[in-house]
Design a protein around this ligand. Structure first.
Ligand code: PLP
Length: 465
C-alpha cells in the first residue's frame, strides 16, 4: 500500500487529470453479491488499482485547476495512515493526552496565524461544511441562547452553499436568510447590509449574524472584513467568516494585505485540506472565546463519567458535534514540523502569483476576456472568439463545451461557474507543483478547443440559415 502511494506521488503529473469510465461500466465491474468468504488481499488491491485508483479525478495533479484542488503532501498522507492504524480516539484527554495536546498546539498555531486573541480556540472537523455548521451552531447558542424566533442572518449571493445548508439544519427558514446581491467585485456591500439590518430592526426582527467571505469559491473575493467587523461590533451582530478557501492565505504577504480585519471575527472556518496541503479530511473552526465551544456543545452523559476532566485538560468531544473523532490534527502538525511554516508561506504565495500570471497571459490574448481578476489563486474568464458575432448564450455554450473537451482530453482540468449571466471558465492555481509551462500549455489547449467549438457552432448556424 505504501508502494502504491509512493508511486502515486511520484507519477501523478504524468497521469490524465480526469476520469474516463462511464458509471454503468463501473457498476458492472463493482456491483457484486456480498462476499461470504474472504479472498487474498492482493487480489482486492488489484481490483482497487484497476477500477478505482486508475479512475479518479486527481485533485492533487499539478494541472487540476477545477473547483478547489487539494495538493496534499506525502507527510500528511502518512500521518493519516498512522492516525488510522493506531486508531486514536481524539475525543477525550484520557484516551489520548498527546493527541489532545497536539490538537491544542496546532489549533493555537492557526489562531496565531489568523491573528485571533489568546482566548480563542477551536477544533479540527471534516471540512468547511462542518466548520460552518459548527461555527453557526456556536453563534446560535451564544448570541440567541438557541432561540431563533425572528432571528435573521445576512450574507452575499457569493457565499458557499454550505452556509445555507447549515442554517437550514439549525432550524432557520428562508425568511430568516438575507442573501444580498454582491457588488461588481463579487463582495458584500456594507451599505446594503446596513439597510437590510435596519429594515429588519424596524420590522421587529432580530438581526443576529453576518457571514462574510474570506475568499469566495467562485472568484476568491474577500468581503470588506474590517468594515463588516466594525458594523457588527456596533450593532451587536455575530461575525462568522467563511475562510475555508482563503483564510490560510494570510500566511503570505499577498494574502495578508487582502485579509485585513480577519482577526476581528467571532468565528472562522479554515480548511487545511484546501490551502494547507493536507489530505482529506481536514477542516478547522476557530472561535474568539474557546469557552463558547464548551458552552455550546458540552453534555454529561453518565456513560462518559470516567472520562470527565477537571482543570485545564479538555475533552474535544465537549467542543464540537462529534464524540468519536479521528486524530486529524496529526497530519497538519507533522507537516508543519517537517516542512516548517516558511515553506507553507512560499507555497501559498506561489499559488496566488500563478493565478496573476494566468491573468497577464489572458489579458494579452485576443480571444479570452478576464471576468474576475486573480484573487487568492482564483481567476475567471471567458473564451470569446475573435471577430465573431456570437450572442452571450452562444458564448456560454462554447465555454461549457471547452470544459467538456478539456475533461475528455485529460491534460488539464478546469471547471465552470456562473457569474451573473455568464458561464465562465475558472482556474484555481494553488498547487505548488504547477509550473508556468503547465499554465501556458493549458491555455494553449483551451484556446485551440475554443477555436474548434466556435467553428462547429458557426457551421451549424450557417447550415441552419
Ligand atoms: C468558501 C468555502 N466554504 C465552504 C466550503 C465547503 O468545504 P468542504 O467541501 O470542505 O466541506 C468550500 C468548498 O469548496 C468553500 O470554498
Amino acid at each position: 500500500m505504501i508502494d502504491i502511494l509512493i508511486n502515486h506521488f511520484e507519477t501523478v503529473h504524468n497521469k490524465p487529470v480526469a476520469t474516463k469510465v462511464e458509471s454503468l461500466e463501473l457498476k458492472k465491474q463493482l456491483y457484486e453479491p456480498m462476499p461470504q468468504k474472504g479472498i487474498n488481499a492482493q487480489v482486492v488491491m488489484q481490483q482497487l488499482q484497476n477500477d478505482v485508483f486508475s479512475n479518479v479525478m486527481h485533485h492533487n495533479h499539478p494541472r487540476f485547476f477545477a473547483y478547489v484542488p487539494s495538493p496534499n503532501n506525502f507527510i500528511s498522507a502518512m500521518a493519516d495512515t498512522l492516525a488510522s492504524g493506531m486508531n486514536i480516539f481524539a475525543g477525550s484527554y484520557k484516551a489520548a493526552p498527546g493527541a489532545t495536546e497536539i490538537e491544542l498546539v496546532t489549533i493555537d498555531w492557526l489562531r496565531q496565524i489568523c491573528g485571533l486573541p489568546p482566548t480563542a480556540g477551536g477544533l479540527f472537523v471534516s471540512g468547511g461544511t462542518m466548520a460552518n455548521l459548527t461555527g453557526l451552531t456556536v453563534a446560535r447558542r451564544i448570541k440567541l441562547q438557541n432561540n431563533i424566533k425572528n432571528a435573521v442572518v445576512y450574507y452575499s449571493d457569493q457565499t458557499h452553499s454550505s452556509v445555507e445548508r447549515a442554517l437550514y439544519i439549525l432550524g432557520f427558514d428562508h425568511t430568516q436568510m438575507r442573501k444580498l446581491p454582491s457588488d461588481e467585485n463579487f463582495c458584500l456591500r456594507v451599505s446594503d447590509l446596513k439597510d437590510a439590518v435596519f429594515k429588519d430592526l424596524f420590522r421587529g426582527k432580530v438581526p443576529f449574524c453576518v457571514v462574510a467571505n474570506a475568499g469566495t469559491t467562485n472568484t476568491g473575493a474577500v468581503d470588506p472584513l474590517s468594515e463588516l467587523s466594525d458594523f457588527c461590533l456596533k450593532v451587536g451582530l455575530w461575525l462568522h467568516v467563511d475562510g475555508a478557501y482563503g483564510a490560510a492565505s494570510i500566511l503570505c504577504e499577498r494574502g495578508r494585505s487582502k485579509l485585513e480585519g480577519l482577526e476581528f471575527c467571532d468565528s472562522l472556518s479554515l480548511d487545511p485540506h484546501k490551502r494547507l496541503f493536507q489530505s482529506y479530511e481536514a477542516g478547522c473552526l476557530l472561535v474568539r472565546e474557546k469557552n463558547w465551544l464548551k458552552e455550546t456543545f458540552c453534555m454529561h452523559p453518565e456513560y462518559l463519567n470516567d472520562l470527565e476532566m477537571q482543570h485545564e485538560e479538555i475533552n474535544f468531544y465537549d467542543y464540537g458535534i462529534q464524540l468519536t473523532r479521528s486524530f486529524k490534527a496529526l497530519k497538519l502538525w507533522m507537516s508543519i514540523k517537517v516542512f516548517g511554516i516558511e515553506l507553507f508561506e512560499k507555497a501559498i504565495q506561489q499559488g496566488i502569483v500563478l493565478a496573476e500570471t494566468v491573468e497577464q497571459l489572458l489579458r494579452a490574448s485576443t480571444s479570452c476576456k478576464v471576468v474576475s481578476p486573480a484573487q487568492l489563486g482564483i481567476i475567471t474568464f471567458q473564451y470569446i472568439p475573435k471577430e465573431s458575432n456570437f450572442s452571450l448564450p452562444e458564448i456560454n455554450l462554447i465555454n461549457s463545451r471547452i470544459i467538456e473537451r478539456m475533461a475528455k482530453d485529460g491534460f488539464a482540468m478546469l471547471s465552470s461557474t456562473q457569474l451573473r449571466n455568464r458561464l465562465v471558465l475558472r482556474m484555481c492555481t494553488i498547487n505548488p507543483s504547477t509550473t508556468e509551462a503547465d499554465i501556458r500549455k493549458t491555455l494553449h489547449k483551451l484556446e485551440s478547443f475554443g477555436k474548434i467549438e466556435a467553428s462547429i457552432l458557426q457551421a451549424t448556424q450557417e447550415k441552419a440559415s
